[in-house]
Write a protein that binds this ligand. Structure first.
Ligand code: ADP
Ligand code: MG
Ligand code: MG
Length: 512
């Protein structure tokens, strides 16, 4: 890891000042929904039998330093990334070529593909698709070149259930508030200042994306009121992150939404003969709603599908007339395998989706080297690298999974691969580890402050609404905007970064 350019950041706090900062941070966070339901290990069912307790979300005490040029570049290229991934999701033939390499070795991908094929056979009745995307990056500093400039490298691109847009908006306001009440010592004022703290508009901007789909749905098919459905896991500790989008959807856009636990889909929804999606709220069965948009905050993991009914539920939603965020094809476009194929040197794929050379080369600059583990030449080379503990140490091995906690890192890769039949290796991709600059910060998690070396991961949200199909205006992008940012920060001893998975904290940027 490169040495820090700002060894005195964050500033040391006196005991009294730390107390002041924490007292304000704890109250502000609860007062503004910067919160999560407590972990069962933190508060037992006996202590909170009716589930009323909430606690501050894991957050940093200070905004973390982030290079301004990298931040601005990440935001600037988000519209190109939206265009890229919406184009991939529209190109079923191309996607099929890649998904076919996975279906025999990855049951989850196979199931998703099966659903798409079944709906395609019957014919899709909804041509619009919505993406609430998040492109994740780390700042990379080449350790072999002293003084090498920092560049932004993409960790992954999320096309389903991109989380923390709600909490991220709040944490940037919190850090600004802490600045305004002089919780940070004046010795740091040259660094922490209002124009260095970009405010993330992600909650509002993602909600506006849902509202745009709701509006674009067109004429109602029934006389029922209309709604957006948030398809969620149950229980969900990260509920306030989602609630902040729901509240913004209602207060800023006048759009009603409901939370539908994924496992209740077949109980609480039905399809009309023309496949209009009807939602019947369990608390008020006499007032059904016509669902215009289905926003998945569940359904990205095999764990969401323990029963065969769960696959029937996904089929019902995909068949419906509601706009899906995401559609199955859009979800599949987010496979790590797609990212690897795009990153293949000299491949024609990026140009296929981003015909403008300047745009394509800007996007290309954010790709880190990623290799397949198949029988191609590049794959054979990668297999050699991955099975040798010395060379494997530079890499991370990733399956086609979402939600954190699924990757295998560095020296653990050879042993892991040995435990797997070789025929399954192509279900994984091998990615070079990005080497971010050394930073320090303090994280409040479960009431405890942890201080030390940290690693930051920038997420940039994007909203994209487009038209699929073959008819008039097929392929047209109706809406495309950058939708704010997220900074997640984790201890530098952990390879994983998921906040919900217990590794990281929600943070905001202090641009330098
Ligand atoms: P998921 O879809 O499960 O979030 P990711 O690809 O984001 O999978 O990987 C999870 C975490 O692993 C990231 O948040 C990051 O902390 C770490 N990680 C993944 N790829 C890299 C990489 N190339 N270099 C460094 N860290 C990585
Ligand atoms: Mg992901
Ligand atoms: Mg991730």
């Amino acid at each position: 890891m490169a040495p820090s350019l700002y060894p005195d950041y964050p500033p040391e706090l006196t005991t009294e000042r730390e107390k002041y900062l924490l007292a304000n941070l704890k109250d502000w966070s609860i007062a503004h929904g910067l919160a999560v339901r407590p972990a069962p290990s933190f508060v037992t069912q006996d202590q909170d039998p009716s589930g009323v307790l909430a606690t501050t979300a894991p957050i940093t005490l200070f905004p973390s330093l982030f290079p301004r040029a990298c931040f601005e570049e990440g935001l600037a290229i988000q519209k190109a990334y939206n265009e890229l991934y919406s184009a991939i999701a529209r190109d079923e033939e191309w996607l099929k070529g890649i998904v076919e390499e996975l279906v025999n070795i990855d049951d989850f991908v196979a199931k998703l593909w099966e659903i798409h094929v079944a709906v395609k056979k019957e014919g899709y009745v909804q041509e619009l698709s919505l993406g609430l995307f998040r492109s994740d990056y780390m700042v990379h500093v080449d350790p072999s070149i002293s003084g090498a400039p920092a560049g932004l490298k993409q960790v992954e691109f999320n096309t389903i259930a991109s989380s923390f847009g709600g909490l991220s908006s709040q944490v940037s306001v919190l850090h600004n508030y802490l600045l305004n009440i002089n919780a940070y010592p004046s010795s740091a004022s040259a660094i922490i200042k209002a124009d260095a703290l970009p405010q993330s508009k992600s909650a509002s901007s993602l909600a506006a994306g849902l509202a745009s789909a709701h509006k674009a749905y067109g004429t109602s098919r029934t006389s029922y009121p209309r709604c957006v459905l948030f398809v969620v896991q149950d229980p969900e500790r990260n509920v306030f992150d989602q609630r902040l989008l729901e509240y913004s959807l209602l207060s800023e856009n006048g759009v009603r939404s409901f939370r539908l636990p994924f496992h209740r889909t077949l109980l609480d929804t039905k399809l009309d003969p023309d496949r209009t999606l009807i939602y019947v709220p369990p608390h008020s069965q006499t007032t059904p709603y016509e669902a215009t948009t289905v926003y998945f905050r569940a359904g990205y993991s095999p764990d969401d599908h323990p029963r065969s009914e769960d696959w029937a539920a996904r089929l019902q939603l995909e068949r419906s007339r509601a706009i899906k965020c995401p559609s199955i094809l859009t979800q599949l476009a987010g496979c790590k395998k797609i990212q690897q194929v795009l990153a293949t040197p000299q491949s024609p794929h990026l140009k296929r989706f981003l015909p403008d050379d300047a745009t394509a080369s800007r996007v290309l600059r954010t790709f880190a080297p990623i290799y397949p583990l198949d029988k191609s030449n590049a794959g054979e080379e990668a297999r050699n690298l991955a099975t040798n503990p010395e060379s494997a140490n530079k890499y991370v091995l990733k399956p086609q999974r979402e939600g954190g906690g699924n990757n295998i890192y560095r020296k653990a890769i050879p042993k892991f691969l040995k435990s797997l039949p070789e025929s399954h290796w192509p279900a994984y991709i091998l990615m070079e580890m990005i080497e971010p600059p050394a930073l320090r910060n303090a994280i409040l998690r479960n009431g405890e402050v942890q201080k030390g070396g940290v690693i930051g991961e920038l997420g940039v949200y994007g909203v994209c609404l487009w038209k699929n199909g073959t008819g008039q205006k097929a392929g047209e992008v109706l809406e495309n905007w950058e939708a704010g940012y997220l900074l997640r920060t984790k201890g530098d001893q952990s390879e994983e970064g998921g906040v919900a998975a217990g590794f990281g904290a929600v943070d905001s940027c202090c641009l330098v």
